[in-house]
Design a protein around this ligand. Structure first.
Ligand code: FES
Length: 105
């Protein structure tokens, strides 16, 4: 599946992700800047924050039970916020577009 990441400055990166990756790991593997992922995908650092484009929100869904409190700590959080390590790549997500925040906290 193809995933597009749009950096805060508008730079766009489209990568070919594999099923079994997460939106975070696909970015790291493809050296997309703007996602730190300090905890390596454990839902405990909050530095893999992304904004899911509105048209994709129904497909991607909202944050999970353990993700919610992490997002709440983030000053840039809005109603498009997700932790990208908590989004599993599937064929359904082919074409997904996420925006990256200016800073990871
Ligand atoms: Fe740490 Fe996602 S990588 S919360």
């Amino acid at each position: 599946p193809t995933i597009t990441y749009i950096e805060h400055d508008g730079n766009t990166h489209t990568v070919d992700a594999d099923n079994g990756d997460t939106v975070m790991s696909a970015a790291i593997k493809n050296m997309v800047p703007g996602i730190d992922a300090d905890c390596g995908g454990g839902c405990s650092c909050g530095t893999c924050h992304v904004f899911v484009e509105p048209e994709w929100q129904p497909v991607v869904g909202g944050p999970g039970e353990f993700e919610e409190p992490m997002l709440d700590l983030n000053p840039e959080r809005n109603d498009q916020s997700r932790l990208s390590c908590q989004i599993d790549v599937t064929d359904e997500l082919d074409g997904l577009v996420v925006r990256l925040p200016e800073f990871q906290f």
